[in-house]
Design a protein around this ligand. Structure first.
Ligand SMILES: [Fe+2]
Ligand SMILES: [Fe+2]
Length: 305
C-alpha cells in the first residue's frame, strides 16, 4: 500500500497548535453520556439518589482520562517512536517514519489535555483517590509478551497500537455532538477526534504494511494475536466499575447484580462487535482474516461467527 500523508496541513489543523478547549461545565448537563456509565439508569443505583449518579459519572470521566493518558504515553507514543526510529522494520516508508514524530507530539498533547480537563471539573480535587490500578491493557500486553518470542516485542506493540488507533475514533465519535454532555468534555473529545481521524488513516497503512512485509512465521503469530488485541482494548475493566459501585453506596451483592445486567454476555458481545466493526473490516481487507490461523482465533474471541 502506498503511503499517503495526512500530515501536510499538520501545522494548521493539529490541535496542539490551537488554544486549549473551552472547559465550561454547564449546570444541569452530565459529564458523560449516561448509557456509557455502568450502573447509571439502573433501579438499584437510581435508589441511591443524584449524588451517587453524579459520583459514578465523575469516576467514569476520571478513568476515561487516566486511560487516555496511559494509552498515549505507554503505547501510542512508544510505538510511534519505534516507527520513527526504524520504519523499515515494519515495512513503512521513510516519509511515514518521519511523520510518526508528529503523532508523538499529538499524543503527548492529548495526554496533557486529558489531565487538564480533570483538574478543571468542579469537585474533582475533593474526590478521594481510588486504589491505583494499572489499566488492564498494560497487564494484558505484559502477559502476551511473556508468551511470545523475545524478538516479537516490537511487533506486539505496533500491532496493539495499530488496533487501538483504528478502533478509537468510532468510540469517540458520538460525544462531541451529544447535547446532554458538558462543553468541557465535548470540546476535549472533539479536538482529540480531529487528530485521531488523521492517525486512523496512518495506522490503516501501518496494519497493511506490517502484515504485507511479514514473513510467514511472523504472520502465524500476528494473525491470532490481532483477535486477542481487539478484545484486550475493548474489554471493560469490571473490577474498577465494581469499586465505583461500592463507593457510590451499593452493597457487594447489588453491585454484582448491576454489573451482571450492564455487562451481560449478550450486551457485551454486541457492543464489542459494534465497536470493532471497522477494524474487523480492515482485517478482512488486509488479508489477516484469510490466514488459516486467524479465523479460529477471531471466533474464539467472539468477534465473528
Ligand atoms: Fe490520541
Ligand atoms: Fe492517536
Amino acid at each position: 500500500m502506498e503511503y499517503q500523508s495526512r500530515f501536510e496541513d499538520w501545522y494548521t489543523y493539529s490541535t496542539v497548535h490551537k488554544p486549549l478547549p473551552d472547559f465550561t461545565c454547564e449546570t444541569g448537563l452530565v459529564l458523560f453520556p449516561p448509557e456509557l456509565v455502568p450502573g447509571v439508569g439502573h433501579p438499584l443505583v437510581d435508589k441511591l439518589g443524584d449524588h451517587a449518579v453524579h459520583r459514578l459519572m465523575m469516576r467514569k470521566l476520571e478513568s476515561y482520562n487516566a486511560f487516555t493518558e496511559k494509552l498515549e504515553y505507554k503505547a501510542v507514543m512508544a510505538a510511534s517512536i519505534k516507527i520513527a526510529e526504524d520504519p523499515q522494520a515494519f515495512g513503512l516508508s521513510e516519509q511515514a517514519g518521519r511523520e510518526a514524530r508528529l503523532i508523538v507530539t499529538d499524543e503527548s498533547h492529548h495526554a496533557y489535555v486529558a489531565i487538564e480537563l480533570i483538574k478543571r471539573i468542579p469537585g474533582f480535587s475533593e474526590l478521594p483517590p481510588l486504589t491505583p490500578s494499572q489499566p488492564p491493557f498494560l497487564r494484558g500486553l505484559e502477559e502476551l509478551e511473556r508468551g511470545l518470542p523475545t524478538e516479537f516485542a516490537d511487533d506486539l506493540l505496533i500491532a496493539f497500537v495499530a488496533i487501538s488507533e483504528t478502533l478509537i475514533t468510532s468510540i469517540l465519535r458520538g460525544i462531541p455532538r451529544d447535547p446532554r454532555v458538558v462543553s468541557a468534555v465535548r470540546n476535549t473529545v472533539r479536538d482529540h477526534c480531529i487528530d485521531e481521524a488523521r492517525h486512523h488513516s496512518y495506522f490503516v497503512y501501518v496494519v497493511h504494511q506490517h502484515w504485507a512485509s511479514s514473513t510467514p512465521d511472523r504472520r502465524e503469530i500476528l494473525a491470532p494475536l490481532y483477535a486477542k488485541l481487539i478484545r484486550l482494548f475493548l474489554d471493560p475493566d469490571v473490577d474498577l466499575c465494581r469499586a465505583w459501585l461500592l463507593e457510590a453506596g451499593l452493597d457487594p451483592y447489588d453491585a454484582e447484580v448491576v454489573l451482571r445486567d450492564y455487562y451481560s454476555p449478550e450486551r457485551l458481545a454486541a457492543s464489542i462487535r459494534a465497536d470493532s466493526f471497522p477494524t474487523l473490516k480492515l482485517m478482512e481487507r488486509v488479508g489477516v482474516l484469510g490466514h488459516p490461523t486467524a479465523r479460529r482465533a477471531f471466533v474464539e474471541q467472539k468477534l465473528i461467527d
